[in-house]
Design a protein around this ligand. Sequence first.
Ligand SMILES: [Zn+2]
Length: 376
Amino acid sequence: MAQGFGFEISARDGKARTGVIQTTRGEIRTPAFMPVGTAGTVKAMLPGSVRETGADILLGNTYHLMLRPTAARIERLGGLHKFMNWERPILTDSGGFQVMSLSDLRKLTEEGVTFRSHVDGSKHFLSPETSMEIQRQLGSDIVMCFDECPALPADEATVAKSMRMSMRWAQRSRDAFGDRPGHALFGIQQGGVTEHLRGESAEALKSIGFDGYAVGGLAVGEGQEAMFSVLDYAPQQLPDDKPRYLMGVGKPDDIVGAVQRGIDMMDCVLPSRSGRTGQAWTPRGQVNIKNQRHQDDPRPLDENCTCPACRNYPRAYLHHVFKAQEIIASMLLTWHNLHYYQQLMQGLRDAIAAQRLDAFVAEFHAKRAEGDIEPI
Ligand SMILES: [Zn+2]
């Protein structure tokens, strides 16, 4: 375990756990949801506002930052925390996933991936070693191993081959990361939807030894049922006493199901991205604020929500600023969505601590089944 980094579980309910990850930049309450600050900003939010929603940690994207403004420039300017004015913990991904999804002209070898930037077409190379170096330059508190995530569905031989290369890359990541007090390195389990491959991957990672373990290669379009069927066993294949991170998840009901299955950390662009497109989440499900039914509605989005959008504005106003494409529309709905997600995490943490997670989950689903309030 890296110096200055720790994980303490304070309560359990079934497979679910609640506790605290200690870092030199502050505590992370688990289960934790990490808003995504792709290019050095959670879009439409000031860092202080993100913190006000209850976020303990942000995620930064290595791929985006290495291309623009570049990791070297961020390092010269004092690191990502100072650059974006977020003093609390930051987790950075390895860049691998976005190379696969965003860049052009990829060439994958045992050594690493050569690709062209989607921004300006410039040529770049990412490997376990270069990814560790870039994440060091950014100054992130939790660094992710560089891995390859095959697109699903894929046949078992393809998934196995890819997973075994990712495990060799995990060892190279570990070696390149070295000993960095105050900074943690997480390994990433692969193996698709095949239990014995997931098990083989977990054993490989455990023998290398990491500060935390991610379940990778899910939330890539396989659907909730397939994802949950992997989560029924995958978290338990990973060490019990280290944080378990499910990458890129998800919708509120994905999060609830993942926490029930023993996941401690998650991240997703969904609350911020959908906030910019007029989609809001409330305990009663999803609301499209652009829908005409809201244009005369004097009621808040969610009468129980304490975010600025719900406290200060009726649905009619939110509808109007979206229709008029005002910047405040993105600001207000992003704030609301991040607030809702963090409230959900607090509810999950409290329920686990009180040993009433099943009841909490039943209430969560019952409330969503009611649907949005009736139109006026
Ligand atoms: Zn709200």
